[in-house]
Ligand binder design. Structure first.
Ligand SMILES: Nc1nc2c(ncn2[C@@H]2O[C@H](COP(=O)(O)OP(=O)(O)OP(=O)(O)O)[C@@H](O)[C@H]2O)c(=O)[nH]1
Length: 720
C-alpha cells in the first residue's frame, strides 16, 4: 500500500474513532464540556504529519459542529493538529508543551474572538470557557503522551515510522509527567467543579432568600392595603345609607392610608358619590355634572366581586394625568349579598410608592427587581434596569440553566435583547402581579473566573514543575547509563577501578549489574586479545623459521648443501647486472667429475652421493670473498661465479681446484681411499657486450673441450 493511501486509511479510521469518543463529552458548567477524542487527532498529527492531523481533526469535530452550532471547534482543533504535526517535523518535541503553547498563543485568542461572535450568553464566561479549553487540551495531550510510545500505537498509526523522541530520558519524562498531570488535573478539576457547584448553589440559595424576602416585604405593603380595603368595605356597607357618614369615613380612611393620593366612592352605576380630598368631587362636579367611572377596570372588577381588586398601572384620566394604580373593592349590599351597592376606590400615584421603590432598589447590589402587573407592564423596576412604568418587555431565555436557575436577558419593547445576563426568580402575587428578581450573572461569573484563572495558572505551573521533576527523575535514571556509555566508548577506563561505579552505594542494582557485566566482558576481551597477540607472535616466529627453511630449501641443493640451479640462475643474473654496472668482468667455472658413472656403477649410487658430498666439501675450501656463487647444477656438475677477477686469476684458481681434487683421497666409510679427477671449463666475459647465457655457453664449451682433451684438465675461453 502506498504511503499516502495508508495515511488516508489511518486518518479516516482514527478520525471516525475520535468523533465517536467526542460524542461522549463530560458536561461542565454552561456549554463547557470536556472531550477526549482529540488525543487520537494528536496521535495522527504526530505519526502521520500535519495534513493528516488536520484531516483527522475535521472528521473528529463533526459531532461538535452539530452540538455547538459552529465551525470554530473544527478551526481551533484543526489548527492545533497542524501546529503539532508541523512542530514534530522540525523540532525534537514534547507534545504536551506544544499543545500548551498552541492553546496559549493561538487557540485561546481565536476562541476568545469566536465566542463573542456567536453567543452573547457566553460572553461573561469567556475566560472560564477558554480555561476549560486549555485544561482540556492539557488533559488530552497527556493521554496522547501516555499512549504515544506504546508499541500498539506505533503499530497502528506509525507503521515503521520512527517517533522523534526516543531517549530513555525523554520517554520516561513524558510518561511520568503524563501520569502525574492526568491524575492531578482530574483531581483538581473535580474539586473545582464541586466547589463551583457548591458556591453556585449557595449563590442561588442566597438569591432565592433575597427574592422571598422582597416578595414578603412587597406582599405586606400591598396586602395590608388590600386587607384595609376589605375591612373598610364592610364598614361602609353599615353606613351606606348615610351620605354624611360615608364622606366622613372616606376622609378618615384616606387619612389612615395617606399613600393613596385620592379615594372615591361610587354607586352601583359608577356615578361618583364622594371623594377624598373632598374638593376633587366638588371641582370636577362644578365642571361636569355627573362623573361616571363605570367604564373603568377598577369599577367593573369591584362591582361584580367580593374580592379587593388591584388594577394594572395606568394613566389617570379624571383627576389628573398621573401614572396610577387603583385598589378597589365592592361595597356589599347588606340585604342582598353578594351584590354590591357601590365601590370604594383608592389610587396611588406610582411615583409616590417610594417605600416600594427603595425596596426594589436596595435588595442587594447584584440583584434587580421588577414588579409587573397583570398586563405584563412594568409597575416599578429597580433604578439600574432603567425600565419606566408601563413599559412592556420580554424575558429572553438563556442558552442554558445554571444550577437550576433560569438564565435570561431582557428585551425591551421592539428592541434587541440586552447584553446583561441574569438568573431569574419569579413569584406571582394573589392579586395578579408578578415579582421578578434578577441577579446579575456577571458577578458570579467573576467569582468563577477568578478561581478558574488561579486554577489555570496552577495547572500550567503543575505541568511545568512536573516536567522539571520528571526530567530530574528520568535524568537520574539515565545518568549512569550515559556515563556507562561514555566509558564503553572510551574503553580503557574499564581497566581501572572506577570509584563512581565500584564504591557507590547509591547506584541502582540494575546499573551495578550492568556495569559488572560490561566490565567482566571487557576484561575478558582484553585477556583474549593479549592471548591472541601472543599466539600470533609465536606462530609468526615459527612461520618465519619455516619460511627461512623453505627459502633455504628452495635455493639449496639437498644433497650437498650448496646453492642449487635455481639459486645459481638468480645469482648469475644479479652478478651479471652488477658487473655490467661496474664495468667489471664476469667469470664462470663449470666443474664436472671425470668418469663418475664408473663410481656409481662400481660402488653404487649411495657411494656416488657420498662422493658428491665430499667433493662439495672440498670445493667449499675455495669459497672465499671472491666467489659470488658456488652451486651444484645437477648430476656431478658444479659451478662457481666470480665477478671483477682477472681472467688469469680465474684460470689459476681453476687449476688449483683441479689439482687439489686430483690429490685428495676420497674415502667412503671404512672403504679404501680412492682418487678421482675433475675437468673444469672456465670462461670470462665483458658483461657490457655479452649476456650471461653466453658466459654459460662459453664455460660449457671449455668444459667440453677439457673432457675431449683427455679430462683432468682446465680449459678456458675469454671474450672481451
Ligand atoms: N650417485 C649419483 N649419481 C648421479 C647423480 N646424478 C647423476 N649421476 C650419475 O652420474 C653419471 C654421469 O655419467 P656421465 O654423464 O656419462 O659421465 P661420466 O661417467 O662422469 O663420464 P665423463 O663425464 O664423460 O667423464 C651417470 O651414471 C648418472 O647416473 C647423483 O645425484 N648421484
Amino acid at each position: 500500500m502506498g504511503d499516502r493511501l495508508t495515511s488516508l486509511v489511518v486518518v479516516v479510521i482514527a478520525g471516525a474513532a475520535a468523533a465517536v469518543v467526542n460524542l461522549f463529552r463530560l458536561p461542565l458548567f454552561f456549554e463547557a464540556e470536556f472531550l477526549f477524542g482529540q488525543f487520537l487527532v494528536l496521535l495522527v498529527a504526530v505519526y502521520r504529519g500535519p495534513l493528516a492531523g488536520l484531516a483527522c481533526a475535521v472528521i473528529a469535530t463533526w459531532p461538535l459542529v452539530d452540538a455547538w452550532g459552529s465551525y470554530w471547534a473544527t478551526l481551533t482543533f484543526g489548527m492545533e493538529a497542524l501546529f503539532v504535526g508541523l512542530a514534530c517535523r522540525f523540532v525534537r518535541f514534547n507534545v504536551i508543551m506544544l499543545v500548551m503553547i498552541y492553546w496559549i498563543a493561538i487557540g485561546m485568542p481565536v476562541s476568545w474572538y469566536s465566542i463573542s461572535g456567536y453567543e452573547h450568553f457566553l460572553d461573561s464566561h469567556r475566560t472560564a470557557i477558554l480555561i476549560k479549553q486549555l485544561t482540556n487540551a492539557i488533559v488530552y495531550a497527556h493521554i496522547t503522551a501516555l499512549v504515544m510510545y506504546l508499541p500498539v500505537t506505533r503499530k497502528l498509526l506509525g507503521f515503521d515510522q520512527k517517533p522523534v523522541t526516543l531517549s530513555i530520558k525523554e520517554q520516561s519524562s513524558h510518561i511520568i509527567s503524563s501520569l502525574l498531570i492526568t491524575c492531578g488535573i482530574g483531581f483538581f478539576f473535580f474539586n473545582l467543579d464541586q466547589s463551583i457547584k457548591n458556591s453556585g448553589s449557595d449563590y442561588s440559595q442566597v438569591h432565592d432568600i433575597k427574592h422571598e424576602q422582597l416578595k414578603a416585604q412587597l406582599g405586606e405593603v400591598f396586602s395590608r392595603k388590600i386587607t384595609a380595603f376589605s375591612e373598610y368595605r364592610e364598614t361602609l356597607a353599615q353606613l351606606w345609607n348615610d351620605p354624611e357618614m360615608r364622606q366622613q369615613s372616606l376622609l378618615s380612611f384616606n387619612q389612615r392610608y395617606p399613600q393613596f393620593r385620592t379615594m372615591v366612592i361610587t354607586d352601583q352605576h359608577g356615578d361618583l358619590l364622594h371623594s377624598s380630598p373632598e374638593e376633587l368631587v366638588k371641582n370636577v362636579k362644578s365642571q361636569n355634572e355627573n362623573i361616571n367611572v363605570a367604564d373603568r377596570d377598577y369599577f367593573t372588577h369591584a362591582i361584580s366581586s367580593d374580592q379587593t381588586y388591584v388594577s394594572p398601572a395606568f394613566v389617570g384620566r379624571g383627576f389628573g394625568k398621573d401614572l396610577i394604580v387603583a385598589i378597589s373593592s365592592g361595597v356589599p349590599d347588606l340585604l342582598n349579598r353578594p351584590s354590591n351597592v357601590g365601590i370604594i376606590e383608592g389610587s396611588f400615584i406610582l411615583t409616590n410608592l417610594r417605600h416600594v421603590k427603595s425596596l426594589l432598589d436596595n435588595i442587594d447590589p447584584s440583584v434587580e427587581a421588577i414588579l409587573i402587573d397583570q398586563n405584563g407592564q412594568v409597575v416599578l423596576a429597580s433604578e439600574q434596569l432603567q425600565l419606566p412604568p408601563l413599559q412592556t418587555f420580554e424575558l429572553v431565555k438563556g442558552v442554558d440553566t445554571f444550577y437550576e436557575h433560569s438564565l435570561v436577558t431582557i428585551k425591551k419593547t421592539g428592541g434587541e435583547p440586552g447584553r446583561e445576563v441574569y438568573y431569574l426568580a419569579e413569584s406571582l402575587f394573589p392579586w395578579g402581579w408578578k415579582l421578578l428578581s434578577l441577579q446579575n450573572e456577571a458577578r458570579f461569573a467573576d467569582v468563577i473566573e477568578r478561581s478558574l484563572i488561579i486554577f489555570a495558572v496552577t495547572i500550567v505551573l503543575v505541568v511545568l514543575i512536573s516536567h522539571i521533576l520528571a526530567f530530574a527523575i528520568s535524568h537520574s535514571w539515565s545518568y549512569h547509563m550515559t556515563r556507562l556509555n561514555e566509558l564503553i566508548e572510551r574503553g580503557d577506563e574499564f581497566n581501572r577501578e572506577l570509584d563512581e561505579f565500584e564504591n557507590n552505594d547509591q547506584l541502582p542494582d540494575e546499573i551495578v549489574n550492568l556495569y559488572q557485566e560490561i566490565k567482566n566482558s571487557r576484561q575478558a576481551i582484553v585477556k583474549m586479545n593479549t592471548e591472541l597477540q601472543n599466539t600470533v607472535a609465536e606462530r609468526t616466529e615459527k612461520l618465519q623459521i619455516v619460511n627461512a627453511k623453505l627459502n633455504k630449501m628452495a635455493s639449496t641443493d639437498a644433497l650437498t648443501g650448496l646453492d642449487n640451479r635455481r639459486q645459481f640462475n638468480q645469482k648469475l643474473d644479479e652478478m651479471w647486472q652488477h658487473s655490467q654496472k661496474n664495468l667489471s668482468p664476469l667469470s664462470m667455472l663449470i666443474i664436472d667429475i671425470d668418469y663418475f658413472k664408473k663410481i656409481n656403477d662400481t660402488f653404487g649410487h649411495p657411494v656416488g652421493d657420498q662422493v658428491l658430498v665430499q667433493l662439495a666439501e672440498q670445493l667449499q675450501h675455495f669459497n672465499d670473498d671472491r666467489i659470488g656463487c658456488l652451486a651444484r647444477l645437477g648430476g656431478e656438475e658444479f659451478c662457481l661465479l666470480m665477478s671483477g677477477q682477472e681472467h688469469t686469476d680465474v684460470i689459476s684458481l681453476a687449476e688449483r681446484i683441479r689439482k687439489h681434487i686430483e690429490e685428495y683421497a676420497f674415502k667412503i666409510g671404512s672403504g679404501k681411499p680412492f682418487e678421482l679427477t675433475i675437468s673444469v671449463g672456465v670462461a670470462t666475459i665483458n658483461p657490457t657486450r655479452f649476456t650471461a647465457s653466453k658466459l654459460y655457453q662459453l664455460a660449457d664449451n671449455a668444459l667440453y673441450e677439457a673432457k675431449h682433451s683427455g679430462r683432468n684438465q682446465v680449459r678456458y675461453s675469454h671474450l672481451d
